[in-house]
Design a protein around this ligand. Structure first.
Ligand SMILES: Nc1nc2c(c(=O)[nH]1)N[C@H]1C(S)=C(S)[C@@H](COP(=O)(O)OP(=O)(O)OC[C@H]3O[C@@H](n4cnc5c(=O)[nH]c(N)nc54)[C@H](O)[C@@H]3O)O[C@H]1N2
Ligand SMILES: Nc1nc2c(c(=O)[nH]1)N[C@H]1C(S)=C(S)[C@@H](COP(=O)(O)OP(=O)(O)OC[C@H]3O[C@@H](n4cnc5c(=O)[nH]c(N)nc54)[C@H](O)[C@@H]3O)O[C@H]1N2
Ligand code: SF4
Ligand SMILES: [Mo]
Length: 907
């Protein structure tokens, strides 16, 4: 019964069927219509009926169908290894569930409940969290249950709770069109929340008087839309916001009646910000005092001011203070609870909100309750039908891994997250995974970094095989509906958790087995929704039938109606109804730059990639915008460091080092560096971007400072280079090439649309021995090439295998000059006049051009040619088709068309 294959959505009868669901990527929560035939997803389109997105999707949402796999790219079976060092073997799912229960029971018996840790994800559905949470707290008896939202939203949670009294974004998406000033702080919406950014672009076009201020150390595509860009030094937001408040007080922009009636604590804050003059903040933040004054006036004088913020504020050792200082601006000016106004924290993952509602974090209980509060524990215990809940504090994410290293946590159960890539300070994280006695990894896709550490693998169903609910950034609950059944033995996460829970109850507390008998996900939701009754988020009246009738609804949902904006009556979720000003000082980033580590590294997202790449690497269209990892530096820094554009650089922090090509990027200030967060050891040599990052964390939210580390960069002298490419299934080729990455100082295996296939790049101090090169040639299937120019004595090997008149695979070792020409040819470009001359490097091929528009496949080269011919952004769109699909590329097209407009606006 545990393991029965689930029927798909009951409305699905006919051969081809369409179900309404939600995109599984970002917290925008766009509605999708998924069309399936048999067990195949044949199309994914925007759902015009979804109130949050009205039919729009970005490049990632539009490419969803290409990411659906039912083959070896997925985890299809449970796997187990009897001992470390042994290979895992496939086991029947029911045996795996027994094994999990037995190991948990044994560890609880020997070491107590706190020897177990659950590390989950903001990508789980609300039903998944609900069951895991009950399993951890009501059955195992531990609060050690946390999620990757600790790396993402936890500073937003503490910011809201400490000021407004509850963890609830008060605004909604319609406010994007109703605001007069929009302050975007530490958010690159053009990449990370593209559908919301489209709305903002449209609002600005319709109403040019709308003022947009962007606070970001980098001049991002988001900043290009701004009337004012404040490129502050990383980590200095508190000083900036305090200075803005200082100006507002000085210039009489504070809303005194609102302050008096609805807030507390202004006097202390007022005294504090006295010293944060724009002049003083200029020195701290590195932006002109006049710009700070301008930002304050636009905010303070606006009819409605909205702020949108994400990781630039949250992922900081002062993340709570940054959130609090921004919310202060809204409270001081009464910019909250009205149309177009409010501090609006955008959520990262599709269901980070649901996790917060269901209490899926160590520091939360269901229904926005607090595990440190005995009354809250009693309430939840009663609702779950157990005597009591554990009182000992649970470990937040990083502390959980620390506790594993210290031997206090013995068994880790990881689901829907990839900590061996995404947590900071990977050397330490890997040591912990190695140290744990038993690691359960519940995963949907094969080949992730964390799977390498699993003693037991549980095969998880994923989008579009799962059914349940998610809550998006504007507090809107939507149904996620399965369009196909899970492949192999994969099962929805909550079912795996419930199946282990029943078995574990059988071993340690037989009476509790019934706690996990749910008929289906609607029963899980019903139990969860009841727990919100009487709380700030109350949606106890919402069930699947209501969601079916009404479509997605916002919480709180009381008396048959949803609430679009919170605090309209000026009553906040505190005991006395007054919001609290957050009185905080400014503290700099945890790790100052020094002579030894002189550069400020920040990390973040790219437009078409998602996190650790498990899903987006499978969609060829998404791999073309940025194909491989690289370090961005200001052109002057490249010059100073004697790095040619694209040359390999060694990047070091106090914790680790990686080698990547360095590229010029004048969106950065000199002295700054940027790395995308996406690539880890499954795709490159070394431990990936988080080999470098700093685990220092905010004292309240326990969120780590993923946005800043001090680093040093130097040329990596690796004269021997190899490049290769093979056509075929990227997931399969990646699996074959993965073991090779470890052998080189620099190595990248990149899914690449040319073909499609993968491309391989290697570099080392000297040529590897001939037999190694031979073995590599076999792996790339150029053992029997159609053309070969080898010179083994010099470590040179140039081989091409052809198919239907074009390259099907090649390897160039020791002499890589033909790489661009071969790739362009494989990508449908012209054949060279002579393959021999091309391989010898005697003919030049024009370099392949990056794809800017994922929908229409328009390259940077084509756009540049249009720009050189005098075309503007709109003409480029009309002539080339770029931007006519989802529109995600338009910020970049505009930038290419008018390269200096953005800097002029910011000046
Ligand atoms: N394409 C894509 N979209 C995504 C995701 C994805 O992986 N890919 N992931 C989703 C998730 S989980 C999340 S959390 C969101 C994240 O969404 P965002 O937070 O918008 O994305 P990031 O690129 O991580 O960081 C945003 C910006 O913070 C800036 N920044 C760095 N330090 C500071 C600072 O000290 N102060 C300020 N003000 N800014 C700073 C960076 O330069 C960067 O441009 O994106 C979601 N959407
Ligand atoms: N340097 C740096 N590091 C960062 C960040 C940064 O800005 N800079 N951002 C941080 C943030 S905000 C976030 S949110 C994290 C994200 O980091 P992770 O959560 O580690 O990233 P994902 O790649 O989304 O991992 C999700 C995993 O779940 C699997 N999966 C997909 N669907 C399902 C499912 O339905 N069930 C199960 N069981 N598994 C599934 C995927 O294959 C994938 O391996 O990264 C953090 N790390
Ligand atoms: S903005 Fe893009 S990634 Fe985010 S939910 Fe919408 S379609 Fe998905
Ligand atoms: Mo996130």
């Amino acid at each position: 019964m545990d393991t029965a294959v689930l029927p798909v959505d009951p409305r699905a009868g006919a051969a081809e069927r369409t179900v309404d669901s939600v995109c599984c990527y970002c917290g925008t929560g766009c509605g999708v219509r998924v069309t399936a035939r048999g067990q195949r997803v044949v199309a994914v389109a925007g759902d015009p009926a979804h109130p949050s997105s009205r039919g729009r999707l970005c490049s990632k949402g539009l490419a969803l169908a290409d990411t659906v796999r039912r083959d070896a790219a997925r985890v299809l079976r449970a796997e187990w290894r009897a001992e470390r060092g042994r290979e895992r073997v496939a086991v029947p799912l029911s045996d795996a569930l027994d094994l999990a229960a037995a190991r948990l029971a044994a560890a609880i018996g020997l070491h107590g409940p706190d020897a177990i840790g659950f590390y989950l994800s903001g990508q789980l559905l609300t039903e998944d969290y609900a069951v895991f949470n009950k399993l951890a707290r009501a059955l195992v008896g531990t609060n050690n249950i946390d999620t990757n939202s600790r790396l993402c939203m936890s500073s937003a949670v503490s910011g809201y709770k400490l000021t407004l009294g509850a963890d609830a974004p008060p605004a909604c998406y319609d406010d994007l069109e109703l605001a007069d000033t929009v302050l975007i702080a530490g958010a690159n919406m053009a990449y990370a929340h593209p559908v919301l950014f489209r709305r903002l672009e449209a609002a600005k076009a319709a109403r040019p008087g709308l003022k947009i201020v962007v606070v970001d150390p980098r001049r991002t595509d988001t900043a290009a839309l701004a009337d004012l860009h404040l490129p502050i030094l990383p980590g200095t937001d508190v000083a900036l916001f305090h200075a803005m408040l200082n100006v507002m007080i000085w210039e009489g922009l504070v809303d005194q009646p609102f302050l008096a009636a609805h807030t507390a604590g202004f006097a202390a804050l007022k005294a504090r910000v006295h010293e944060f003059t724009p002049r003083a903040a200029q020195d701290v933040c590195g932006v002109p005092a006049a710009d700070i004054v301008q930002a304050a006036r636009w905010f303070g004088q606006a009819g409605a001011a909205l702020s949108l913020y994400t990781m630039g504020l949250n992922q900081s050792s002062s993340g709570t203070a940054k959130n609090g200082a921004l919310i202060n601006l809204h409270l001081a000016t009464g910019q909250i609870g009205r149309p177009g106004a409010g501090p609006f924290s955008l959520t990262g993952q599709p269901n980070a909100m649901g996790g917060r509602e269901a209490g899926g974090m160590a520091t939360l209980l269901p229904g926005h309750r607090d595990p440190a509060d005995p009354q809250h524990r009693r309430e939840v215990a009663a609702l779950w039908g157990v005597d009591s809940l554990p009182a000992s504090p649970g470990k937040p994410a990083l502390e959980m891994f620390d506790a594993v290293l210290e031997g206090r946590i013995k068994v880790l159960w990881i689901a829907a997250t990839n900590p061996a890539q995404s947590l900071p300070d990977q050397t330490r994280v890997r040591a912990a995974l190695q140290q744990a006695e038993f690691v359960i990894v519940q995963e949907a896709y094969a080949g992730t970094e964390t799977l390498a550490y699993a003693d037991l693998v549980l095969p998880a169903a994923t989008w579009p095989e799962k059914s349940g609910t998610v809550t998006n950034s504007e507090r809107r609950i939507s149904r996620v509906r399965a369009a196909v059944a899970p492949p192999g033995e994969a099962r929805p996460d909550w079912r795996l958790a419930a199946a282990v829970a029943r078995r574990l109850a059988g071993l340690i507390a037989p009476r509790k087995a019934a706690l996990f008998d749910y008929a289906d996900e609607s029963a899980v939701f019903a139990e969860h929704a009841r727990m919100t009754a009487g709380r700030d988020l109350d949606y106890s009246a919402v069930d699947y039938a209501l969601l079916e009738r009404q479509g997605p609804v916002q919480w709180p949902y009381r008396a048959g109606a949803a609430v679009a904006r919170l605090y309209a009556d000026g009553r906040f979720a505190t005991d006395d109804g007054r919001a609290r000003f957050f009185d905080t000082g400014y503290t700099p980033v945890a790790e100052a730059v020094s002579a030894q580590y002189p550069l400020r590294l920040t990390t973040g997202r790219l437009r078409d990639h998602w996190h650790t790449l498990a899903r987006t690497s499978l969609a060829p269209a998404l791999t073309r915008h940025v194909e491989e990892p690289g370090l961005s530096l200001h052109p002057l820094d490249l010059e100073r460091l004697k790095l040619a554009p694209g040359a390999l650089a060694r990047i070091r922090s106090r914790r680790g080092a990686i080698v990547l090509p360095a590229h010029p990027d004048d969106s950065l200030k000199p002295g700054h560096a940027f790395l995308p967060m996406h690539w880890g050891s499954a795709f490159m040599a070394g431990l990936g971007v988080n080999a470098l990052t700093n685990p220092s964390r905010d004292a309240v939210s326990r969120q780590p400072e993923l946005k800043h580390a001090a680093v040093a960069v130097a040329p990596a002298r690796l004269p021997w280079q190899a490049m290769g490419w093979a056509a075929g299934d990227a997931a399969r080729l990646r699996a074959v090439l993965a073991p090779w990455l470890r052998r080189f100082d620099y190595a990248v295996v990149a899914p690449c649309a040319a073909g499609p296939g993968v491309r391989l790049r290697l570099a080392a101090e000297s040529a590897p021995p001939a037999h190694v090169l031979d073995a590599l040639a076999q792996v790339l299937d150029v053992g029997q090439p159609d053309a070969a120019f080898d010179d083994p004595a010099r470590g040179i090997l140039r081989r091409v295998r052809m198919s239907a008149g074009a390259p099907a695979a090649f390897l160039l070792a020791g002499d890589v000059r033909a790489n661009d020409g071969l790739l362009a040819w494989a990508d449908g470009g012209q054949a060279p006049a002579s393959l021999a001359l091309l391989l010898m490097g005697r003919t030049q091929a024009s370099p392949r051009s990056r794809t800017v528009c994922a929908c229409a496949g328009v390259t940077e080269q084509a756009i540049q040619a249009g720009v050189d011919g005098g075309l503007g952004a709109e003409e480029l769109k009309a002539r080339l088709g770029c931007g006519s699909g989802c529109g995600s590329c338009m910020p970049e097209v505009r930038r290419l068309a008018a390269p200096h407009a953005a800097s002029a606006a910011g000046a």
